[in-house]
Write a protein of this length. Structure first.
Length: 229
């Protein structure tokens, strides 16, 4: 039974989310502020974190930064502000999805299920070897272990970032527009904003650049492709 850490300073919101998740077969643990969230994370090792952005004692962005230093656990942000700057900031910090309050508990549960399914390394639409690997030059993805390596140096990716890279690596040189990349990484639902996918791609490229590489090419006005590796 997957465990979801629900972090929000509003007890009513936590109760609503807990009820919806438990009804769907998940176990839940709660935290009402950032400090409690970090303590609960290290104590329970949840499979996914639902994280409010505006909270006392460390807000959601600080908690996300701390978690990303030690884990690639999926993170779904909650916010009462439907602001594109907040959305992009959250995703660039390493969030996997973003839900604006008020939200439908049923939709939140559906998104959580979709993210966890992606985490199982579903490799449909990809041509893989018998060892479930995708390779192109110095880049290698292990679809069983859900790891990415560049010249034997590991890239630590979120689930969404891994999905984008898997889509590109399945067809090196092919140009993918944003909708196609979203379909590859969000197989059960669609995130509409083009800036959302751009934000994820920027994060992947930044991680490559720390290793001295930049294999993802931008074709302005069209999309992205994986170049020579």
């Amino acid at each position: 039974m997957p465990t979801i850490l629900v972090v929000d300073d509003d007890p009513h919101i936590r109760e609503v989310i807990d009820f919806a998740l438990q009804k769907a077969g998940f176990a839940t643990v709660d935290a009402e502020n950032g400090e409690q969230a970090l303590a609960q994370f290290h104590a329970t090792h949840p499979d996914l974190v639902v994280l409010d952005i505006v909270m006392p004692e460390r807000d959601g962005t600080e908690v996300c930064r701390e978690l990303r230093r030690v884990s690639t656990v999926p993170i779904v942000f909650l916010s009462s502000r439907d602001d594109e700057v907040d959305r992009i900031l959250g995703l660039e910090l390493g969030g996997d999805d973003y839900v604006t309050k008020p939200f439908s508990p049923r939709e939140l549960v559906a998104r959580i299920k979709a993210i966890l399914r992606r985490g199982k390394g579903d490799a449909q639409n990809a041509v893989v070897s018998s060892e479930q690997r995708l390779e192109h030059g110095r880049l290698r993805l292990d679809l069983d272990r859900y790891t990415a390596c560049w010249q034997d140096q590991e890239l630590v990716l979120t689930l969404t970032e891994f999905g984008i890279l898997r889509t590109l690596l399945a067809h090196p040189g092919k140009v993918f527009n944003r909708d196609q990349l979203m379909d590859g990484s969000y197989q059960d639902y669609r995130v509409v904003s083009d800036r959302t996918i751009d934000s994820h791609v920027r994060r992947v490229r930044a991680k490559f650049k720390t290793l001295g590489a930049d294999p993802i090419e931008t074709l302005h006005g069209i999309g992205y492709r994986l170049g020579p590796c």
